[in-house]
Design a protein around this ligand. Structure first.
Ligand code: G16
Ligand code: MG
Length: 214
């Protein structure tokens, strides 16, 4: 039976990818190159410094470690300027109702995100109170597809991995769930999230009943 649900943040609870894209693009432009929304897909679920490495590679720019840290800090400041303007209207459709019904059924809720800004984002969209545990980029040493973030989430809620279901929009996140011995619900396209146990395109129409049938 399912005793805990573990949620990725970006692409599952809220679409912060558009803001990451704007901030990373500004960084690229200041370094005199550009990249596409298609390339931006590769940055989803990847840590800040790993994202920077990929982007610099696309632009053929090489920097010292010190310069990299300075640019990553700038990008985060631009990103936070956008995050500060977020509102509860940006929560993805069906998410609040689904989390409410999890609570009503005594199912624990945890966050498993690569972001170091997750608490601030959850506050801005007024979703922080739903979560029994938050594991994010501030707690982990290994990124997805390593299962660490979700194993820590299971542990923090006191639930065995086999009784956890992970909700993920990224291939690496689904792989992390499976590597941790958990069930995975892909949020997005079944053509891409092939390793997920089931794939939903939105939380609208998804229910605890369907969760318990997995
Ligand atoms: C999110 C985004 C990634 C971002 C990462 C780190 O991951 O999908 O694009 O690079 O967080 O974010 P920050 O710079 O805020 O620490 P997730 O795991 O929530 O999908
Ligand atoms: Mg994601």
């Amino acid at each position: 039976t399912v005793k805990a649900c573990l949620f990725d943040l970006d692409g599952v609870i809220v679409d912060t990818a558009v803001y990451h894209f704007q901030a990373w693009r500004r960084l690229a432009n200041e370094l005199c190159f550009d990249f596409t929304e298609h390339q931006n897909e590769q940055l989803k679920g990847i840590s800040r410094m790993e994202s920077l490495e990929l982007i610099l590679n696309w632009g053929g720019v090489s920097l010292t470690e010190e310069e990299k840290i300075a640019w990553a800090t700038k990008k985060n400041q631009w990103y936070l300027d956008l995050v500060m303007q977020m509102t509860p209207n940006e929560v993805l459709p069906g998410v609040p109702d689904f989390l409410k019904s999890l609570r009503e059924n005594g199912i624990k809720i945890a966050l498993g995100s690569a972001s170091k800004n997750s608490k601030l984002i959850l506050e801005k969209i007024q979703m922080l109170d739903y979560f029994d545990a938050i594991i994010d980029g501030n707690n982990i040493t290994k990124g997805k597809p390593d299962p660490q973030v979700f194993l820590m989430g299971a542990e923090a809620t006191g639930v065995q991995p086999t009784e956890c279901v992970v909700f993920e929009d990224a291939v690496a996140g689904v792989q992390a769930a499976k590597a941790g011995g958990m069930k995975a619900v892909g949020v997005g396209s079944a053509d891409i999230l092939t390793e997920a146990d089931i794939v939903i395109s939105t939380f609208e129409g998804f229910s605890v009943e369907k969760l318990l049938q997995m």
